[in-house]
Structures are given as structure tokens and as C-alpha cells.
Design a protein around this ligand. Sequence first.
Ligand SMILES: CC(C)(COP(=O)(O)OP(=O)(O)OC[C@H]1O[C@@H](n2cnc3c(N)ncnc32)[C@H](O)[C@@H]1OP(=O)(O)O)[C@@H](O)C(=O)NCCC(=O)NCCS
Length: 168
Amino acid sequence: MTLRAATPHDLDAIMAVERRSFPTDAWSPQAMADELSSPHGRYLVDEHEGSVIGYGGVRALQGSRDADIQTIAFDERHRGAGRGRALLRALLAAAAERGAREVFLEVRADNPGAEGLYLSEGFEEIGRRPRYYQPDDVDAIVMRLALPDRRAHDETGPLQDAAKEGAE
Ligand SMILES: CC(C)(COP(=O)(O)OP(=O)(O)OC[C@H]1O[C@@H](n2cnc3c(N)ncnc32)[C@H](O)[C@@H]1OP(=O)(O)O)[C@@H](O)C(=O)NCCC(=O)NCCS
């Protein structure tokens, strides 16, 4: 598993996975290129033997409480091996690093695999958007995850260490 930051040079490889993963509603190359060059988020790719086999992105404006998982997809041959979960965790870490406290996403109601991944990472359903995905006429499930407060964690870390030392 080789996760790295995506660059605009990855566009063609990402679009190949995108088209195969979302045959009816793939993003346009222009939309994907805009995302890859946006300063307001983080895109990562996963490589296998030098080729991009998966990618994902999070929109997280510096200083904003909210972040959104924009997309995540792997080539079919590489699904079910834990790589999607690893990439999702890396995107959540990137959102936390940029100061986000909550992460939102939408998932198709007919995609139990992705929904299962998000539920198992702690996302909760907060609503539905009827017929959000067109032309397929499929509802979107809107999900939310609260990220741990990193500042609170940083503040308690040294105290816990000091308490441990005191106990020794
Ligand atoms: C969704 C996707 C990114 C997940 O990546 P992945 O590498 O296949 O997932 P992982 O192997 O890390 O599996 C993580 C969890 O997802 C769930 N999951 C994955 N595939 C599943 C399936 N076919 N059915 C049910 N649950 C599934 C399980 O909870 C799994 O955990 P477990 O292995 O401990 O049971 C990948 O399957 C994919 O690219 N799908 C097509 C594109 C897509 O639907 N993207 C999401 C759009 S919202």
C-alpha cells in the first residue's frame, strides 16, 4: 500500500478508475482537475506496482469546522483488501490536520459496501436526499462523523505523561 498526495499529473489515471467505478455519473475530467488543483482540500492516491489503483479526496477549508469527503474509489481488483479503509482514515487525518471537527459525506442508498465502510469508521446517518443521484434516481444517505478534539488531546497528553511519571 503506497499512499501519496495526488498531483495534477495523476488526472488520467484517476479518471480511468473514476469512469470504471461510476459508469453512470463519473465526474468530468475538468471537474476532477479542478479538485486536484484546489487549495481547499487534499487528494490522495494509492499505488500498486507503480500504477494508481485508488484515490480519494476531502474538502476541508483551512480554519473551517466542517469537511466533506468528496470521493473515494478503487479499481475493482483491489477492493475488499482494506485499502479503502486506510485511504479513508488518511483523508480523515488530513481533515483533522486542517482543523475540521466534523466530516460529512453522501453515499448512494444502493451502495451498501461503501455505507458499511463509513458506518464501521463511526459515521452516522443524519438524513436522506431523495433522488439525489441522477440519472439513476437513487437517494443519497447523508452521513456525519465528529472528529476528536485534537487540542484537548494535545493538552491532556503531557498531563497524562506527567501523571504516569509521578506514579512511577
Ligand atoms: C467503497 C470502496 C472505496 C471501499 O474500499 P475497499 O478497499 O473495497 O474497502 P475495504 O477493503 O477497506 O473494506 C472496508 C469495509 O467496507 C465494507 N465493505 C467493503 N466492501 C463491501 C461489500 N462488498 N459489501 C459490504 N461491505 C463492504 C466492510 O465494512 C469492510 O470492512 P471489513 O472488511 O472489515 O468487513 C471500494 O469498494 C470502491 O471503490 N467501490 C466503488 C466506488 C464507490 O462506491 N465509492 C464510494 C462512493 S461513496
